[in-house]
Design a protein around this ligand. Structure first.
Ligand code: UDP
Ligand code: MG
Length: 315
C-alpha cells in the first residue's frame, strides 16, 4: 500500500544518451523502495544527441515519467527551474543524470524530510575522479564566498537535494535570471540539514564544465550574492592614495636635502602600471554588476518549453 504523498524527482539532461537507461534503472529501483507516489520529471535541456528519443521511449514503459522538452539549451540552472515549476510533489528531489549522485540516497532524504526538515541536501565526503587542482580551487571558492557573503553556502554540496513543498514554493518565487542555485538554495532559509555520501565519478559521457566556465560561475556566484567587491575599489583607492601621499612627501624631502636629481624612471613606470591595473580592475568589477542589472532589467523568461510529454496524453 503506497502512501498518498507525492514525491517528484527532477533530472536535467543535456546530451546524456549513454547514461539514461542505467540512470532510469537505478532511479526506479531506488524510488520503488519508498512508500510514496512518484512522478519523474525528465527535463531535456536542448540535447543534440538521441537523449529526447530515449527519454520518450522510457516514458512508454514507465507511466510515472513526464518529459519536458526545452526549446534550446538553457543551462542546468534553467532546466532545474523548469522542473521545479512543473513539479507537483509534496517533496521534490533534484538529481543529476550521470549517477554521480546515488539515487539510493533518496530514501534517506525522505525519512529525514519526514522527521521535519524542509531541505535535505547531500554533502560529499569524497570527490572521486576529480583532480587535486579542481578540489583545491573549489575549496578556495567556498572560503572566499562565505567570507564575503552574508548567507552561509555549505561546502561540498551540489544541487542534489530534497525540498519540501514550502521550500519549493519559496524558491519558485525567486525569478532572478542569473541563477546561482547554490546561493539561492541557502538564501531561502527554512530548516536545512545535510546527509553525507561519497561522490562517484561520472558514469559515462563528459562533464560540460571546464575552467573557463567554472571561473565565470565563480565570478557570477560572488557578484550575485554580495556587493563586497564594489567596496574593494574604495578600499584600494584609499590605500593607494595614502601610499601616494607618503611617497610624495618622501620625494619632496629628498629633493630639499639632496637637490633635484633626474632619476626615478622605474618608480614612475611602476606607479603608472599599478594604478592602471587598479583602475581596470575596478572598472571590471563595476562591469560585473552593470551586467547583472542589464540582464535582470530585460525581464526575459528563464526558459521556454517546446513540448511537455506525459504517458496519459501526448499534448
Ligand atoms: N546539464 C543540463 N544542461 C547543461 C549542462 C548540464 O541540464 O547545459 C545536466 C547534465 O545532463 C547533468 C547535470 O546537469 O544531468 C550535471 O551536469 P554535469 O555532470 O556535466 O556537471 P558536473 O557533475 O560536472 O557538475
Ligand atoms: Mg556530473
Amino acid at each position: 500500500m503506497k502512501h498518498s504523498e507525492l514525491l517528484s524527482i527532477i533530472i536535467p539532461f543535456h546530451n546524456e544518451q549513454e547514461v539514461i537507461s542505467e540512470c532510469q534503472q537505478r532511479l526506479s529501483a531506488a524510488v520503488n523502495a519508498i512508500d510514496m507516489q512518484v512522478e519523474i520529471l525528465y527535463v531535456n535541456d536542448g540535447s543534440k544527441d538521441e537523449t529526447l528519443t530515449i527519454l520518450l521511449d522510457l516514458m512508454q514503459q514507465d507511466k510515472r515519467i513526464k518529459v519536458i522538452d526545452l526549446s534550446r539549451n538553457f543551462g542546468k540552472e534553467a532546466a532545474m527551474t523548469a522542473g521545479l515549476d512543473q513539479a507537483q510533489g509534496d517533496a521534490v528531489v533534484i538529481i543529476d543524470a550521470d549517477l554521480q549522485d546515488p539515487p539510493e540516497l533518496i530514501a534517506e532524504m525522505v525519512s529525514t524530510w519526514r522527521s521535519g526538515f524542509d531541505v535535505v541536501y547531500a554533502k560529499r565526503t569524497q570527490r572521486k575522479g576529480e583532480s587535486f587542482v579542481k578540489k583545491a580551487t573549489a575549496r578556495l571558492f567556498y572560503k572566499l564566498i562565505n567570507k564575503i557573503s552574508d548567507h552561509e553556502i555549505p561546502e561540498n554540496v551540489g544541487d542534489f537535494r530534497l525540498m519540501s513543498r514550502q521550500a519549493v514554493d519559496a524558491l519558485n518565487q525567486v525569478r532572478e535570471r542569473k541563477r546561482f542555485m547554490k546561493g539561492l538554495f541557502a538564501w531561502i532559509g527554512f530548516s536545512q540539514t545535510a546527509i553525507e555520501y561519497s561522490r562517484d565519478p561520472r558514469l559515462a559521457g563528459e562533464t560540460s564544465w571546464n575552467y573557463r566556465k567554472l571561473t565565470k560561475f565563480a565570478i557570477e556566484g560572488i557578484s550575485s550574492f554580495t556587493q563586497e567587491p564594489l567596496r574593494l575599489a574604495t578600499y584600494m583607492g584609499f590605500i593607494t592614495a595614502l601610499g601616494a601621499f607618503g611617497l610624495g612627501m618622501y620625494f619632496i624631502i629628498k629633493t630639499l636635502i639632496f637637490g633635484e636629481l633626474i632619476q626615478g624612471f622605474p618608480t614612475l613606470i611602476t606607479v603608472i602600471l599599478f594604478f592602471s591595473g587598479v583602475q581596470l580592475l575596478s572598472i571590471g568589477i563595476l562591469g560585473e554588476y552593470i551586467g547583472h542589472m542589464f540582464i535582470e532589467s530585460k525581464q526575459r523568461p528563464l526558459y521556454f518549453i517546446k513540448k511537455t510529454y506525459s504517458a496519459k496524453s501526448d499534448d
